[in-house]
Ligand binder design. Structure first.
Ligand SMILES: *[C@@H]1O[C@H](CO)[C@@H](O)[C@H](O)[C@H]1NC(C)=O
Ligand SMILES: *[C@@H]1O[C@H](CO)[C@@H](O)[C@H](O)[C@H]1NC(C)=O
Ligand SMILES: *[C@@H]1O[C@H](CO)[C@@H](O)[C@H](O)[C@H]1NC(C)=O
Ligand SMILES: *[C@@H]1O[C@H](CO)[C@@H](O)[C@H](O)[C@H]1NC(C)=O
Ligand SMILES: *[C@@H]1O[C@H](CO)[C@@H](O)[C@H](O)[C@H]1NC(C)=O
Ligand SMILES: *[C@@H]1O[C@H](CO)[C@@H](O)[C@H](O)[C@H]1NC(C)=O
Ligand SMILES: *[C@@H]1O[C@H](CO)[C@@H](O)[C@H](O)[C@H]1NC(C)=O
Ligand SMILES: *[C@@H]1O[C@H](CO)[C@@H](O)[C@H](O)[C@H]1NC(C)=O
Ligand SMILES: *[C@@H]1O[C@H](CO)[C@@H](O)[C@H](O)[C@H]1NC(C)=O
Length: 706
């Protein structure tokens, strides 16, 4: 190449950089579903919510953005169908990435964010408090998440190719409702007035980072509580459902999780949002207030929280929220389609990231007015035990209560709780009445995190503020605005700076309210664990890190020590599978109740019951526990798996002593299903008392759909 032609090529490159940046883009998806039976579900913290089967598999979706020339300038955003990020899984994921990729993917540039769904498998969090209802730590859940997230990153990495990014937004209606509106009203009227056109007490704006023909990453705040606390089928709630609906609309014949188009529905300032858009009502049969709206400022019915339940848009269509779930998912799908139908703004500029650890237990910092403020060691207030209208009255214990409970894990750990809070802690947390003084509870291992991850990812003029908790609507706006103002005033990004909040991510440090909301101590304020100045501390720390997102940052930021490793000392009470057996004279996979001998039509549900075995023997990650097969040209072709919402896998233990169980496979036939011959199959794995686990298959009779 001559000097002139290389100069010309360089100029062309430079011009195209100014017009629209080229990035290296990688997208990948993988299965992270833990044990779908005999395990507590994560989110509602209800001991009774033990899983009994599968509705939709949980997935992790990985998005990599890098500069085309400087490989080191790269970020990874994980959007996982889990309730919250966690220090332990993050540590394990980073260790595996370091072994594979050296210094390419690190604590600084990898964000593990959650969809904040409440129908996934529990037991994976490292701190003690979230383990109470899951009977401690469940290694199988943890391993499924760690392994699946790494696989999603491997796939995204293998798919790296040049491409461009763009950004846009729209207003979404009918997708969320504030579940603590009386707390929101405590924020200054002048501040609330700024947001009347953006949804008032909820952020109605959905933002999308568009990866062109390969996928997108959307941000919209709504709790993953469309499926109620009484559902025991593992699923991925409204954001996982939205991803399924979107991905299958692009590639309708690909099996779920095997599409190349990756639809990311990420969570944002979710703290006080609810998908129960009809509002909260008393379910109090026989009481005069039955069916009436709950008492507004306390969300109670007759003085207690137990009967006050939020209702989704599909309330009454089914008992567990499945219709509401699909409706809230569809609202989000439609929001993305609206945005992608508009002309979007190009994303341009460098790729940068910053990450530090911050010990929030007693963090002293300076407020904008010059006054010194301080956070406190973690504590949860009384309203925490009351729960929310999405899931009332979650914890069945109180501090200092030594009476025997239904929960064997609690019976072990309750004696470890520390004496009542000191006067200093009471003053620091005021006006919070302290229920659980978790910041002083470190036996047998810490109950709540004290050190959190503070992280920001910059992709050109688009910045993701990755937060270790659930910001309320107004708290999220304050943090977003402060970071954006700092980016602009420091000259790091011009007025095109576009800032979103993502989380709960990396570590789970519960809620973050404004100081005004904290003062009224609803559930979100009671769960703002580091005291009244929690939000101010985060705003100060995130804005102070903005200079490290500059094109040429000087130095590295000071960080507190990484949090201690707890996973290896975790208590685990879940017992393994002892053995499986088939009833006398029967074999695994044998049909117990066959499909009805009739012609089926769209809307009918086809069910087969099989001699089963415990699905904890093999999670069948990246696989399926069932298939719906169609006879096409004389050969069977799989048309549905266990991740189609029309199919359900249910497992029932029939005798613990004999080791027998039964499995139901069902398929509700979608409209538009081609007429023809079909069958249902069940894929299981049985464990003998002695010997190794082996796979088997069960098959229903053929049936016709007309
Ligand atoms: C929506 O996009 C427009 C145009 O980029 C921008 O001015 C506005 O601030 C965005 N809204 C939010 C809430 O981010
Ligand atoms: C996944 O998709 C690829 C093509 O993209 C195909 O070859 C493969 O068989 C599919 N796997 C499953 C399990 O459907
Ligand atoms: C809640 O509202 C009722 C009626 O408006 C009022 O009597 C009561 O004092 C309020 N309670 C609290 C805790 O604010
Ligand atoms: C499940 O919970 C919802 C919400 O509280 C309730 O409306 C419904 O009746 C419950 N379903 C069953 C079967 O108990
Ligand atoms: C918290 O920090 C303050 C100021 O540095 C100090 O006076 C106090 O003793 C600390 N408290 C704890 C519990 O560490
Ligand atoms: C600074 O702000 C804090 C929090 O609003 C307040 O408590 C304090 O009095 C203020 N200090 C001054 C000097 O105004
Ligand atoms: C609860 O049990 C622990 C350990 O047995 C004991 O130290 C503590 O004093 C008891 N608390 C109460 C309130 O009885
Ligand atoms: C399994 O299917 C059978 C046959 O339709 C039905 O009688 C039974 O109630 C189902 N079991 C569960 C747990 O749904
Ligand atoms: C189901 O259909 C297949 C393919 O035509 C056939 O081989 C098989 O015998 C049928 N099974 C039954 C039970 O009729």
């Amino acid at each position: 190449m001559t000097c002139l032609s290389s100069f010309l090529a360089f100029s062309v490159l430079l011009l195209s950089v100014v017009a629209q940046s080229q990035y290296l883009l990688g997208l990948g998806i993988a299965d992270i579903t833990g044990p779908v039976v005999e395990t507590n579900m994560m989110g509602y913290a209800s001991l009774a919510q033990t899983d009994s089967g599968l509705h939709l598999r949980q997935r992790a979706r990985a998005f990599i953005v890098g500069e085309t020339a400087a490989t080191a300038n790269r970020i990874v955003f994980i959007n996982a169908d889990i309730a919250m990020g966690d220090t332990g899984i993050r540590r394990a994921i980073l260790a595996q990435l370091a072994a594979k990729y050296g210094t390419l993917y690190t604590a600084q540039n990898v964000a593990i964010s959650s969809t904040h769904q409440h129908s996934g498998v529990g037991g994976y969090l490292e701190n003690l408090l979230p383990q109470v209802t899951s009977l401690g730590f469940v290694p199988q859940t943890y391993n499924a998440i760690v392994q699946g997230v790494v696989l999603a990153i491997d796939r995204a990495h293998a798919s790296l190719a040049p491409g461009t990014l763009s950004v846009g937004n729209t207003s979404v209606t009918g997708g969320n409702l504030n579940r603590s509106p009386t707390a929101y009203l405590t924020n200054p009227a002048a501040e609330r007035a700024l947001y009347v056109n953006e949804g008032g007490d909820q952020d109605k704006i959905m933002s999308v980072l568009n990866f062109g023909p390969r996928g997108f990453l959307s941000f919209f705040p709504v709790h993953g509580t469309s499926l109620y606390e009484n559902n025991t089928l593992v699923s991925s709630d409204n954001k996982g459902m939205a991803a399924y609906l979107y991905e299958s609309s692009i590639e309708p014949t690909a099996m779920p999780g095997n599409q190349t188009f990756v639809a990311g529905f990420a969570q944002s300032n979710v703290g006080d949002t609810s998908p129960n858009t009809l509002g909260a009502f008393c379910e109090s049969p026989g009481q005069p207030f039955d069916g009436m709206p709950c008492q507004a400022n306390t969300s109670t019915c007759g003085g207690t929280t137990e009967d006050c339940h939020g209702r989704g848009p599909g309330f009454r269509l089914d008992s567990f929220g499945f219709h509401s779930n699909q409706m809230i998912a569809q609202v989000q799908v439609d929001g993305v389609k609206t945005i992608l139908g508009k002309s979007l703004s190009s994303v341009t500029g460098t790729v940068r990231s910053v990450h530090v650890y911050l010990d929030m237990a007693n963090h002293t910092f300076t407020l904008p007015n010059g006054t010194t403020a301080q956070t406190c060691p973690a504590a949860l207030g009384f309203s925490f035990a009351g729960g929310t209208t999405d899931g009332p009255g979650s914890f069945d214990f109180t501090q200092g209560d030594n009476s025997s409970s239904q929960n064997p894990f609690w019976n072990i750990v309750k004696s470890f709780i520390t004496p009542p809070p000191s006067a200093a802690q009471v003053a620091c947390q005021a006006p919070k009445p302290i229920l659980l003084n978790t910041g002083y509870a470190s036996q047998p291992y810490p109950w709540s995190p004290s050190t959190v991850d503070i992280q920001m990812l910059k992709v050109g003029n688009f910045v993701m503020v990755v937060v270790p908790g659930e910001l309320t609507t107004m708290a999220g706006r304050r943090l977003r605005n402060a970071v954006r103002a700092q980016l602009i005033s420091s000259g790091i990004i011009d007025n095109s700076a576009y800032v979103v909040v993502a989380g709960p991510a990396n570590t789970y440090a519960h809620y973050i309210t404004t100081r005004e909301e904290y003062a009224v101590q609803r559930y979100e304020g009671a769960s703002t664990i580091f005291g009244p100045f929690t939000l101010e501390a985060y705003i100060q720390k995130y804005t102070s890190l903005v200079p490290f997102l500059a094109n040429t940052p000087s130095g590295t930021p000071a960080s507190d020590a990484a949090p201690p490793e707890l996973t290896s000392s975790a208590i685990s009470l879940q017992t393994g599978v002892v053995f499986d057996a088939a009833p006398i004279g029967k074999s695994f996979g044998q049909v117990l109740i066959d499909v009805a001998n009739t012609a089926f039509h769209a809307g009918n549900t086809v069910v087969t019951q099989f001699v089963g075995a415990n699905p904890r023997n093999n999670l069948r990650l990246e696989g399926t526990f069932l298939s719906v097969d169609q006879l096409v040209g004389g050969a069977w072709k799989t048309v549905k798996t266990d991740s189609h919402p029309s199919t359900i896998y249910q497992w029932t233990r029939t005798s613990t002593i004999l080791g027998t169980s039964a499995v139901n496979i069902s398929w509700t036939i979608e409209s538009g299903t081609p007429a023809g011959t079909y069958r249902l199959r069940y894929f299981g794995d049985s464990k003998p008392l002695i010997g190794s686990i082996s796979a088997f298959t069960g098959t229903s009779s053929n049936f016709t759909v007309s």
